[in-house]
Design a protein around this ligand. Structure first.
Ligand code: 13P
Length: 262
């Protein structure tokens, strides 16, 4: 029913020739794995060249952000239309690092979602609480506010182009993975919220990814959970071998749990 998606967020890494090498190795390494969708999100400067590698292959291409205007006097910004031009199908929006370092708010992220989906891109909307919010028992409220802040004004049919990634901030780049049961509960909460807002049928079909210190050693215990439909991988996506191992494990698990993913 929900085909897993394993996405690599390269962040501010592999902007030049390294991007070509890594994307080539990923493309060659996935071989005949077709029961998992694979996405890589290099920096803007590498997108066009990486597209030459991934085109006509199952590896999908995405960007890590975009602006909410199509054209105009917005120095330094990237239009969703430019992403289409260089072969992107996806864009990540609202990553916690964008919220933290670039002061992105729910409103801004909502505008970006509308702009990106409006031109036909698939989007990955990131949400997740900080450690002090988790410790004080506020994780669900934070995620609910983030969902409401970006999705309240989204046209109903746009939800088909949205994947949500639950990325607890305290698990990103720290080596501390969220307990799979704790993550699954949050995913279930996100699905329930989406169901109430957009309808339960579409919420059932929507993929919800986990992100935060995913490694080859922990992907299995995460992806076997009912509501975890894949991963948004940072550090471990920068080495072909670890990213491919994560993909292979997701593929194996998918074969074993056909009741979950159909
Ligand atoms: P790490 O896998 O490096 O923890 O990063 C997760 C992330 O932020 C993906 O978007």
């Amino acid at each position: 029913m929900r085909k897993p998606l394993i996405a690599g967020n390269w962040k501010l890494n592999k902007g030049g020739k390294d991007a070509l090498e890594l994307s080539r190795r990923i493309k060659e390494g996935i071989g005949d794995i077709l029961n998992v969708d694979v996405l890589i999100c290099p920096p803007f400067t590498a997108l066009a060249e990486v597209h030459e590698v991934t085109r006509d292959s199952p590896v999908k291409l995405g960007a890590q952000d975009c602006f909410y205007e199509m054209n105009g006097a917005y120095t330094g910004e990237i239009s969703p239309l430019f992403l289409l031009d260089v072969g992107c199908e996806y864009v990540i929006l609202g990553h916690s690092e964008r919220r933290k370092y670039f002061a992105e708010t729910g409103d801004i992220i909502g505008m970006k979602l509308r702009a990106a989906i409006g031109v036909g891109l698939y989007t990955i909307l990131c949400v997740g609480e900080k450690s002090e919010e988790r410790e004080s028992g506020g994780a669900y409220d934070v995620v609910k506010t983030q969902l409401g802040g970006s999705l309240s004004d989204i046209p109903d049919d746009y939800i088909r182009k949205i994947t949500i990634a639950y990325e607890p901030v305290w698990a990103i780049g720290t080596g501390k993975t969220c307990d799979p049961d704790v993550a699954n509960e949050m995913h279930q909460f996100i699905r329930e919220w989406t169901g109430k807002r957009f309808g339960y049928k579409i919420a059932e079909e929507m993929r919800i990814l986990y992100g935060g210190s995913i490694k080859p050693e922990n992907i299995s215990s995460l992806i076997e959970k009912e509501h975890i439909d894949g991963g948004l991988v940072g550090g471990a996506s920068l080495k072909a071998e670890s990213f491919l191992e994560i993909i292979r494990t997701a593929s194996e698990k998918n074969k074993l749990t056909t009741d979950k993913h159909g």
